[in-house]
Write a protein that binds this ligand. Sequence first.
Ligand code: ADP
Length: 755
Amino acid sequence: MSLANKLAEERRARLAAERLLELKQAELSAANRKLGRHALALTRQIGETQAEVATVRHENERVKSDLTVAQDKIQIAERRLWHSIRTIQDGFAFFDGDGLMIGANTAYVAAFDGLEEIAPGVSYTRILQLLTDEGLVNTGDLKPADWRAMMSDRWQQPSPEPIVVRWWNDEYIKLIDHRGPGGDVVSLAMSITASVTYEQNLKAARARAESANRAKSAFLANMSHEIRTPMNGVVGMAELLLDTGLDEEQLLYASTIKSSGEALLVIINDVLDYSKIEADKLVLHPAEFDLERCVHEVVLLLQATARDKGLAILADYDLFLPTRFVGDPGRVRQVLTNLAGNAVKFTRAGHVLIRVTGVPDADKGSCEVHVAVEDTGIGIAADKIEHIFGEFNQADSAQSREFEGTGLGLAITRRLVELMGGRVWVESTPGKGSCFGFKVVLPSPDCGAVEPPALSAELGRVLVVAEQQATREIFTRQLGQLGMDVIAVASGPEALERIDASIGLIVAKHAMRGMDGLELAEAVRDAGWCDLPFLLVSSNPASAQDDPAYPLVQGLLPYPYSRANLFARLAEIGPGPVMRADPPDPLLTEAVPEAVPDTAPSGKRLMRVLAAEDNRTNQLVLAKMLKSCRIDLRFAANGKEAVELFTAWRPELVFMDISMPRMDGKAATREIRQIEACEGGHVPIVALTAHAMEGDGEAILAAGLDRFLTKPLRKALILEQIAIAAPSDAEPPFPGGPPEEAGAEVPGLEATGSG
Ligand code: ADP
């Protein structure tokens, strides 16, 4: 190789080396720059880390000091808590989940009489063992082991029920244990000895009071019974005495003894019943009885009073309800009499209705019987409804003068019905009326076995004639239930207008104003309906049978009628031979007051004497006393009626009872004197007073009465008053001349005063 070439080659190699050197130098400076940057970042990072370390160190110190404060606080709180727990009177202890004691207060520990074992670490099971072993607890009827098992079981419960434990010294401790979420138990042992003793004392006092009350009631019951027995003797003997041919005066004394004795017996019976119920001595005597008959007996009992007041008393016994039941008939009748008696007493106009319905249960052989006594009377204010069932309570004491009573009837009624397992209820609207009812379940031997009658299909429509809307409704419903087509009217004349060929039977009430049932029967025949069957419904069947028009009716249904009687009468009536009704039940035949003719056989008119007297017995006594006199004697049942009768009839002598319902004798006399002041005249008015207070002479004479007689009435003095007042134009009151007694001196009599 040439030199030139060698030089060229060398030059080229040198150049390449120079280029490589340049490259390496560039790379070196780039690496240096990078290194510088990294060093810078590292320095910055070290700075930051150092700051952070300082902050954390600072924070640590703060937390450390907070912790110290918190620990101090916890210690204070724990000290206070323990202090409180130690000072409370009740025992307090904590147990861990394994039932080991963590701690307990002094009261808790003290209960164990200084047993050293009772300290933190002792188990609950061991505590129970110690309690029985050391005889600290009274386990009652339980054996110690059973008591421990019972207490242990209770302790295991998630939330044990509080329990009362009796200590050996008759202290009572109530244990309340509460299990926390970790199984720890907080146990509180409270001493309740004071409240247990108080409760026991209270119970003992109550038992003593109840027994004293029962003893009082038993005493009252015995007393009433003791009084009742001789009283029955008095009444019974007086009754016998009345039948021994006494003279008028003796008769009067005997009848007064009898009626006063009877009035006293009613009160005593109420007190006796009430006391018996209070003393838990009243026992029901169940027997089979006829409820329908029972209702009818009550209606009959009250019929005379109701009629005197112008009220209708009605019975509505469900046609398809059994009538035979098992119960205490005497007590059922007593409840019915109380309710219906009140209804009559507190009703001035309209009706009283005893309605019996029921729901038979053939499976049980019994029947739920509902009895409702409805009236159209004075009603009861809503706020008095509960009050009237209390003893001796009346709705309105201001009215009690008008309506007599003891206020015991409803209290007895409620208790009797409750004894029968039933319930009494009442609904009432003041001024409109009341409805008292009761519901009892009674066994019945013939549940659901009522057979309707086989009726003649040719009867056609039935025309019901009755004044009372309630009566019309009952007939319409009952005859409707028997499949009849019924129209009902309120009077005879209306009935006559409605009769046409479609009518197959007339059912008419006997007593109706204007045209009565028998007059209607006559008018029906007069109108040409000679064969139209006519059923007369009468609450006075004897007087219906005495009436000349009676043969015009085909059937007589005594009121109240039994279902059997209604069915029988309906079955008899129809085309074919007319059948006559059975003779009336003697129970249904009442004594009718004798009618007094208003003219004497001589043709002269009779002296008119008015007697205002609310008591029916007194009315009868007066009527009997004056039976031999030829006078026209009429009665008014209260002052208001007396004034009305005075205006309409102008009597020539008035006997005026002072204490009467609605308007008393003095008020009535004042009204009569006012009428006379306008119209002239002066009728002698003689007061009849029951006792000294009423007989306060001055007040009576000031009211305008002329003189007064005190009860019991004496025939001689009554006749004397008649003799004095007898007018000359009338028949002489005493046919055989003035009676000897009249004017005669009667020893021991402080009877008359005169003005
Ligand atoms: P008594 O009738 O002897 O006063 P009760 O206990 O039978 O006693 O009745 C208590 C009261 O309830 C009566 O005084 C009367 O105020 C009221 N009362 C009872 N029944 C009726 C009734 N049917 N209508 C209006 N008030 C009545």
